[in-house]
Design a protein around this ligand. Structure first.
Ligand SMILES: Cc1cc2nc3c(=O)[nH]c(=O)nc-3n(C[C@H](O)[C@H](O)[C@H](O)COP(=O)(O)OP(=O)(O)OC[C@H]3O[C@@H](n4cnc5c(N)ncnc54)[C@H](O)[C@@H]3O)c2cc1C
Length: 473
């Protein structure tokens, strides 16, 4: 594709600002940044730039804004909604934050960590661990996703139950605005009511209102002991009742409560040779429960007590507690492999949804039955963060159907699942965000007043629509 004169000039200006090596125009070399990691989207970029620090991000944005060139912001490119890749026009400049990977400050007294946007979540976790703390966020993609990515998508994961989503840990942000100005809000204060809480605008807005360049995070204490149990239950109601009992027993911090249907276990043992069923008995669903605390013996005795009473009362059908850290890790590895194993089994249609906890059991029962009625022999595989109401309501293809034929039924199954989510007052975009894939859904379903407020914010902060255009709204 021939470049216009103005594009050519912009690329030269970007090269002078960042150095030749950090402005990639070659299509093949740009591919890791222009292709969504699952291959669901592949765009083209005018170029991919990798600024080294905040002032370079400002300079890139100023240059793009002056030429009215749209920008795509990217962290680790692990996002599931396609917001991090450019469109097919070849007009967008991709700004990769990955080079900005410095830990700026570690404050053990305040229990805070200040990181740049390109710090990989696992590296932030390691830095916190050095200090005797923990980052209150854990995702299966933590080895690749960046802090800028998790904050701009307000990622959830397995620790939401204990600590809330990513935004809950943020004390301050540094953000480059759409015209290149810097909002310096990188404070580490626990209390700061000086006017509007501006950082909230950028947390979860998926790079459409500003580019996060650094963040100050409130850490939580790291616990030396943990107990992990795997339990068979009849339904989500029993899973939630077990969670409630575990909390009431106050044996430690309930860190995670994850839901796995029997089909999930079945597929794991079929496709992955390192897995085996943790229990001798079979149940319709299982719960993976983790409680952390200070003393292993006390924690284990406490959790055993909860499980014994639940078994006696018929609340759970069977259960085991991991006997070693190794066994606990294996149970978690199985949980994290659930997405991968569904891919190995063929096509699947996914819904990242949440509903209020009190209606979750009814929702799941009705949704599974309605999907089976709509597409006989489809295989609902609802799994995930049952403790916070966020279920990945995935549906695997019928065993003897062609994958493409099943995927053609996406609108039918989406109608069924989304209809019930709405009926039960839930969210159609629980933790993965909106990006490109759910933008139309947001436009169709959001309250008009909410939509108009969002449009006003976008207009105020990015009047020319240059940051992550066509995402979210
Ligand atoms: C195996 C796997 C498991 C996952 N599990 C979970 C999970 O449990 N919970 C969950 O919530 N998500 C999960 N995800 C999704 C994904 O990891 C998260 O959305 C993560 O937050 C994305 O981070 P990233 O750095 O890869 O961002 P990217 O994919 O690069 O970008 C995601 C979005 O954030 C924007 N963005 C990135 N960096 C910045 C920045 N510095 N400033 C402004 N905007 C920016 C992008 O423009 C894009 O819109 C999972 C993904 C995978 C592959």
């Amino acid at each position: 594709m021939a470049l216009s004169d103005s594009s050519h000039v912009l690329i030269q200006e970007l090269k002078s600002a960042l150095g030749e090596a950090h402005v990639v125009t070659d299509v093949a070399a740009a591919l890791p940044f222009t292709r969504e990691w699952r291959g669901r989207l592949e765009g083209r970029a005018l170029c991919v730039v990798s600024p080294a620090d905040t002032s370079q991000v400002q300079e890139v944005v100023r240059l793009c804004a002056a030429s009215r060139v749209p920008m795509t912001v990217q962290g680790g490119n692990t996002g599931l909604m396609g917001g991090q890749v450019p469109d097919e026009t070849g007009q967008e400049v991709v700004i990769s934050l990955k080079r900005m990977s410095r830990i700026r400050a570690q404050d053990s007294v305040g229990g805070t960590l200040t990181v740049e946007a390109g710090v990989v979540l696992a590296d932030a976790q390691a830095a916190a661990q050095e200090m005797g703390f923990e980052v209150p966020l854990s995702l299966a993609s933590e080895g690749s996703c960046t802090m800028g990515g998790v904050l701009s998508t307000n990622a959830g994961g397995t620790l939401t139950l204990a600590y809330g989503n990513a935004k809950a840990m943020v004390l301050g942000l540094e953000v480059v605005l759409a015209d290149g100005r810097l909002w310096q809000g990188l404070k580490s204060l626990r209390k700061d009511n000086m006017g509007y809480d501006l950082k909230q605008l950028f947390l979860g807005s998926e790079g459409t209102l500003g580019i996060i360049t650094a963040a100050s995070l409130a850490l939580v204490p790291a616990f030396p002991a943990k107990a992990v149990a795997f339990v068979g239950v009849q339904d989500a109601g029993a899973a939630l009742a077990l969670l409630q009992r575990t909390r009431e027993a106050a044996i430690g911090v309930v860190k995670a409560c994850e839901f796995i249907p029997d089909l999930g276990l079945e597929l794991l043992t079929q496709h992955m040779d390192w897995t085996r069923r943790p229990l001798e008995t079979q149940s319709p669903y299982y719960v993976l429960l983790e409680v952390d605390g200070h003393d292993n013996a006390a924690l284990e005795a406490g959790l055993d007590g909860v499980l014994m009473r639940a078994l006696e009362d018929g609340l759970i059908a069977d259960g085991m507690r991991a006997q070693s850290l190794e066994q606990a890790r294996l149970l978690w590895r199985m949980r994290h492999a659930l997405s991968e194993v569904q891919k190995m089994e063929g096509a699947s249609i996914k819904h990242d949804i949440s509903v209020p906890l009190d209606v979750l059991p009814a929702f799941l029962k009705e949704a599974e039955a309605a999907c089976l009625k709509a597409v006989p022999q489809c295989r609902p595989l609802p799994f995930g963060h049952v403790g916070d109401g966020n279920i990945h309501f995935n549906i695997s293809q019928p065993p003897h159907m062609q994958g493409a034929d099943f995927l053609a039924l996406r609108p039918v199954l989406e109608d069924v699942v989304h209809g019930l989510v709405k009926h039960y007052g839930g969210s159609l975009a629980a933790e993965h965000g909106v990006g490109r894939f759910k933008r139309d859904l947001l436009l169709e379903t959001l309250d008009p007043v909410a939509l108009s407020l969002m449009r006003s914010l976008k207009q105020a902060l990015d009047p020319h629509g240059l940051l992550n255009p066509h995402r979210v709204i």
